[in-house]
Ligand binder design. Structure first.
Ligand code: GLN
Length: 449
């Protein structure tokens, strides 16, 4: 199949890029104001639900977990009944309904809205990611770069959302904020439906005949099983990574508010601005990072997904060492507050690590998963992300008693251990992928046997 291309990539990539950009705008916009809405007083000019911070954070934690965890069902539904493309459309409709349900000031509607969003994201997020992989034939070297581009789209949405939805939600009305998030998802649906002509060959439910040789009667082949094992192992790493990374919205957020000197040239940087830093850095260094990895690989150096994940985990560990530096600095200087550069540097390292792990994992899954379980494997990845989110919240809570130095230290150590373990296992795990990352005629032949 000959696909039309733009900037060297299938045009369908740009349809998925803009759809997901808007979906993430909707997702992060709503997330930016959720806790604020919950805790705003019922008697305020812009009335909220009057919850305590503790209650709000607890709901936020569960929401963060379920919204990703549902991906496992979204994936299974796509593999069995809908195919990825229809799942994305149904998911998008759920999200739109959910966002608009939140605009109604009523508890029943509030919970209905959350449930709809959780189901919608569960259907949309893993399946649109799998579709990106579907645009590239086996062994196509552009796949990783395609995922990085897609990832940049995600982060443009994530960067703009808190600014717009946050601003109008906080300053005008929460319900206007939720509506904007709803309109964002409508924009995403329009892009997806009108761009459908570039997605004819991806995301369709596999016909019975295409999977028949593998179905029920036929268990997975040895190669497929080995690849699933590698994927499941890599998922364990992913829990540690997201548990560390998601400190940003919780513990690091509070740390920035209370213990970092945010005064720069007489201007105090608002704490919430740090929440846009990740997305900002991804947009800034996403392309150069992808280029660097490509160059590195072209020089004949080790550049398998597992190797990149190992590097990412070690960089993540260094980012938490930097935060320990901040805590130490705060304890010895006169102000009792940490200089801001530690935090800026730590966030930058987070993103260098993220770009070595997150888009790489998405791409890796689409290379390794057996076709009939492609969406389920992607969904399981997001379920793991959900567990990582919950673990992040629990670590943040633990820091309230154990102190930041201790928790940052534990995270740094965990990332370092996982990183080194991966380094030692690169060769073994690569062997178990049976060449899925560098498809040659021999690999294709072995797969057919
Ligand atoms: N920030 C990325 C996104 O929203 C990664 C999310 C995740 O996998 N935890 O897609």
């Amino acid at each position: 199949m000959q696909q039309e291309t733009l900037f060297g990539h299938p045009k369908g990539l740009f349809v998925l890029f803009f759809t997901e950009l808007w979906e993430r705008f909707s997702f992060y916009g709503m997330r930016a104001i959720l806790v604020l809405y919950l805790t705003a007083l019922t008697t305020a000019d812009n009335p909220g639900l009057g919850w305590t911070s503790k209650e709000a954070l607890a709901l936020y934690g569960w929401y963060g977990m379920f919204v990703y965890f549902m991906g496992i069902f979204g994936g299974a539904i796509a593999d069995k009944w809908l195919g990825q493309k229809k799942s994305v459309i149904v998911g998008g409709v759920f999200i739109i309904l959910g966002q608009f349900a939140l605009t109604v000031h009523n508890m029943a509607m509030f919970y209905t809205g959350l449930v709809l969003i959780v189901c919608g994201v569960g259907l949309l997020k893993p399946n649109i990611s799998t579709m990106v992989g579907g645009l590239y034939p086996k062994g196509d070297g552009r796949r990783d770069a395609g995922f990085t581009l897609f990832y940049i789209g995600i982060n443009i949405g994530a960067l703009a959302a808190p600014l717009l939805v946050g601003y109008y939600g906080e300053n005008v009305s929460w319900h206007l904020g939720f509506s904007l998030a709803g309109f964002g998802m409508i924009a995403g649906q329009i892009v997806f439906v009108f761009g459908g002509k570039y997605l004819k060959n991806v995301g369709n439910l596999l016909k019975h005949s295409e999977t028949e040789s593998h179905l029920a009667s036929q268990p997975l082949t040895k190669i497929e099983k080995d690849r699933v094992v590698v994927l499941l192992l890599s998922f364990l790493i992913v829990i540690v990574f997201w548990a560390a990374y998601e400190q940003a919205g919780g513990l690091m957020n509070l740390y920035a508010r209370d213990k970092v000197d945010r005064l720069v040239g007489g201007f105090e940087i608002p704490t919430s601005w740090f929440q846009s830093l990740h997305a900002f850095y991804v947009v800034l260094i996403g392309a150069p990072m992808a280029w660097l990895w490509l160059k590195w690989g072209n020089m004949g150096k080790e550049s398998s997904a597992i190797f990149k994940m190992a590097v990412g985990m070690i960089i993540m560990s260094i980012s938490f060492l930097a935060l320990m530096g901040a805590v130490y600095d705060a304890s010895v200087n006169m102000l009792g507050k940490a200089p801001i550069y530690w935090l800026l540097f730590s966030y930058l390292l987070h993103v260098v690590a993220e770009l070595s792990i997150s888009p790489v994992s998405l791409s890796f899954i689409t290379k390794l998963a057996p076709a009939k379980y492609a969406s389920l494997m992607m969904g399981s990845y997001f379920a793991i992300v959900g567990i990582g989110n919950k673990a992040a919240g629990m670590l943040g809570e633990a820091a309230q008693d154990a102190g930041e130095m201790y928790i940052f230290g534990v995270i740094a150590a965990a990332c370092l251990i996982v990183g080194f373990l991966l380094f030692f296992l690169v060769k073994k795990l690569k062997a178990l992928t049976h060449g899925a990352e560098e498809v040659t005629p021999e690999v294709v032949l072995a797969e057919q046997e």
